[in-house]
Unconditional design. Sequence first.
Length: 541
Amino acid sequence: MKRFASLIKKLDSTNKTNVKVEALATYFKEAPDTDKVWTIAILSHRRPPRPINTTLLRSWASELSNIPLWLFEESYHIVGDLAETIALVIPNSQTETEKSLTQFLKEIIDLKKKEEAEKKEYLLDNLKELNYYERFVFVKFITGGFRIGVSQKLMTKALAKATQIDEDVLAFKLMGNWDPNTISFHDLVIEEKPSDFLSKPYPFYLAYAVEEEIEKLGDVTEWSVEHKWDGIRAQVIIRDGNIFVWSRGEELVSDKYPEFHEFVNYVPNGTVIDGEILPFSEGVIGTFNDLQTRIGRKTVSKALLAKTPVVLRAYDLLEWEGKDIRDLKFQERRAILEELVQDLSNSRIEKATPLQLSEKMYFDSWEQVTLERNKAREKRSEGLMLKRKGSPYLVGRKKGDWWKWKVDPLTIDAVLTYAMRGHGRRSNLFTDYTFALWDDKHKELVTFAKAYSGLTDAEFRKVDAWIKKNTLERFGPVRSVTPELVFEIAFEGIALSKRHKSGIATRFPRILRWRQDKKIQDANTLEDLKAMIPSKEKLHE
């Protein structure tokens, strides 16, 4: 436990990726194998179930620290993290624990079955023996949450450095339903299996955003144009009768999209397709909000498959007949891809395939390209992708051959109604805001979005001071405020949603500017917001 807590201290003290990777790599070289397995599990979101609810946890921590519960709660609201609050208020220990990380986690798993009195005794006894970072880690395990700014990709990179095993191979090894209670480090990581190499994807080629006049890209006839679809970028790999689906975040998500499993029956082995996973119901592209109902689900039910089916809209072909063809020109790769999809369509007349082509377009002028970009929201895309016809498929984000030209964000003027303290360096300021629009029918403000970015530090401080003077009610860490301030809110997409009181969900909302020139009577209405919803969706309202 000491070694793991020391690792967390190092990771928590830096924002530098290389420093984090080095700290993790050193840990993976030195820690006992059982602790390595549990560390991999924790950092890849395989956490033990929470054995104690947070209400009891706060009450018992308040008792042990000998401070009133109200003061503990106030401290918690200021700090913004329960584990950090408890670690701070508990008196420093005069003893040390010798228990390993593995032992602690197995005890916490067993704790869930115990009575409340036993849980309290276990919690208090261990908190007394741990130092600050050990307490912090211990409480994170108890609450079932462990977010420390380390992605699974970063963890895998460090593990690769420690073991000299390829990152992509490790990423595949760490997928699936393995149990840290039963699997060994050797079986999980070290043992080499031929199947580990079947799934290996290619690094994704990423585009730069167009920042200057589009005409500066030169001769428009040198470019292929297609829509930038708003889904999940993915590579679908078919090798030796197996299918592997990788997201752009290098997460293996084959089990999340069973629709694609049928590809192994008619897509030739040795094929790797780059494309976008899109919700596609009744022949129409859905919204990213629809796709979110599939993201993060441990299992995909038949009902969910029927409600939100998906397709792979293919952009590019990276491997064909077992050969890496990324060095071919884009138009040559596309020609092979188009022939593949056409052959599949011809041979599957009775049943539509979930493999579709992303239409490529050619134009005679940049004015025509601009007109097509203006149709993006109508077609449920984020804008356009511009790809030089002669470009190879490169690695990472490279300037010159691939560009994304997104549509301008939607904007609306809204009223600040609720505020909550921020996190990290903003934990003492109210920087997380809830915004509302006028419901003309009921003559009231209805909340529709939350945002916490877009203002300068000086503006955040000014708004924070105003919030503290204009608080109406307090709800734990949240304050309702006098409806007076108006802000222009920008967002990328909009859709109908039954999960929100307003009936509308916005995508990537953020503050564009503080409209100090406007009164709340000048703010927009829900009807104004609904008018921005694509016409196809309104038909289903």
